[in-house]
Design a binder for this molecule. Structure first.
Ligand SMILES: Cc1cc2nc3c(=O)[nH]c(=O)nc-3n(C[C@H](O)[C@H](O)[C@H](O)COP(=O)(O)OP(=O)(O)OC[C@H]3O[C@@H](n4cnc5c(N)ncnc54)[C@H](O)[C@@H]3O)c2cc1C
Length: 388
């Protein structure tokens, strides 16, 4: 196995590193100040416009979209470096379109849905949300209650969903609902495309989250959609939904690598400058162990990501690898960021450094796309099965 990126992936990573340094990093102090003074976390439309222009100019657009939709159709291995670089700043920006829903649409959309949803989404013209979690079913989405019932040529959806990211700005939502309660996740859950202004699709409330983020509670009250908005086959929504989770989990692993590398860099620079009791922090074993452990764990995450991406590019099932990466990445980034904050002392507790936003952001990442405990359970269960 070749333990290095190929030339194309390396050059792409360097281009993204330059984009982050020259375009995103100058915005970091603005983002930090805005969040610290209660102004929220996101970028304004005025801030985003030149970024979109620049990334189009650099070809950083539709990176994993098929060529026929104007994308570059890059392999998963090339995206590891891209997401690592994007994770190294707290400026909330990613290259359109967001990958997980793209891949779910690619797997399931029919010709009508390709034209109406996939193509504009792949061109970065629309925003989407994924609507799975419910007040009574989060970590275990198979327990969802939102119901879709066929009525003539239409489907009628009723239920309540929660923790939905981007529900306020999404042009369309991919909504998971029960179509056959007896079958549950094995043939009884379907995916639907629901446009933002559909009557009966109600945004009930905005929920402020830590890390400057927001999610939304949404209600489906006799929400009627035409039959051709069923995404994929009836009862077969669960598989493609799990597939999109795999894409996100690999992406999260790479973001965590970027965050952990940034925190490690900051810790090393600081340790080489700050003296206490007549010695540099860099000479203290407690700090050295944080640095050594961080390096070892980041290196193992990199190899895990390259392994999973290579397998995914050759068409293998990487669900277990994605669980391990999501778990390992979020836990190591949590520890490295926390140790960096400790090494900075009081300065590490301020809202002037990006570390606190990174800490909050990675804290939420230990919950969404599957809590850590569920991943541990799934990894152990899969291993134990091989001994039966
Ligand atoms: C910032 C953020 C953004 C989100 N965005 C979206 C979104 O866009 N769309 C969407 O549909 N959802 C979204 N979610 C919801 C997210 O997917 C769920 O919160 C997550 O799946 C956990 O569900 P829950 O909150 O109901 O926790 P629960 O299911 O109640 O679980 C609570 C805790 O119980 C423990 N636990 C659960 N099961 C097990 C087990 N088998 N073994 C051991 N311990 C267990 C874990 O510690 C877990 O954290 C988002 C969440 C957050 C925090």
């Amino acid at each position: 196995m070749n333990f290095d990126l190929d030339d194309e992936s390396r050059m792409l990573k360097e281009t993204v590193a330059r984009f982050v340094k020259e375009e995103l990093m100058p915005l970091e102090s603005v983002v930090l100040e805005r969040e610290a003074t209660g102004g929220g976390f996101g970028l304004s439309a005025e801030e985003q416009a030149p970024l979109f222009e620049k990334c189009r100019e650099l070809g950083l657009w539709g990176l994993d979209c098929p060529v026929e939709t104007g994308g570059s159709d890059l392999p998963a291995i090339a995206l590891v470096g891209v997401n690592e670089m994007l994770g190294s700043t707290v400026v909330p920006f990613s290259f359109p379109p967001d990958s997980p829903n793209l891949h779910m649409l690619l797997e399931t959309a029919n010709d009508f849905q390709k034209e109406k949803y996939l193509d504009p989404y792949a061109r970065g013209e629309t925003i989407s949300a994924i609507v799975i979690s419910e007040p009574g079913a989060g970590a275990d989405p198979a327990g969802m209650n939102t119901r879709a019932v066929k009525d003539g040529d239409d489907w009628i959806i009723n239920g309540r969903k929660i923790w939905i990211t981007k529900a306020d700005e999404a042009d369309f939502n991919i909504v998971m609902a029960v179509t056959n309660p007896e079958k549950g996740s094995r043939g009884g859950i379907s995916a639907f495309l629901v446009d933002k202004d559909t009557p009966g699709f109600i945004i009930a409330r905005k929920i402020p989250m830590i890390g400057g983020a927001s999610t939304f509670e949404v209600v489906f009250d006799d929400c009627r959609i035409p039959a051709n908005q069923l995404l994929g086959k009836e009862g077969e929504g669960f598989g493609p939904m799990q597939g999109r989770l795999v894409i996100r989990r690999l992406q999260m692993g790479a973001w965590c690598m970027g965050m952990a590398n940034r925190a490690l860099d900051m810790m090393c620079e600081h340790a080489n400058q700050r003296s206490t009791f007549g010695s540099l922090l860099a000479d203290r074993q407690s700090i050295q162990w944080w640095i050594a452990d961080a390096q070892i764990r980041i290196h193992s995450l990199k190899l895990m990501l390259w392994d999973a991406a290579t397998k995914q590019d050759s068409g293998q099932d990487v669900r277990t690898e994605a669980s391990m990466i999501k778990l390992h990445g979020t836990e190591l980034a949590t520890d490295v960021i926390d140790n960096a904050m400790q090494a900075f002392g009081a300065m590490g507790m301020t809202k002037e450094l990006p570390l606190q936003l990174m800490a909050q952001s990675v804290r939420t990442m230990r919950i969404f796309e599957g809590p850590s405990e569920v991943h541990r359970w799934v990894i152990a269960r899969n291993k134990l099965r091989t001994y039966k």
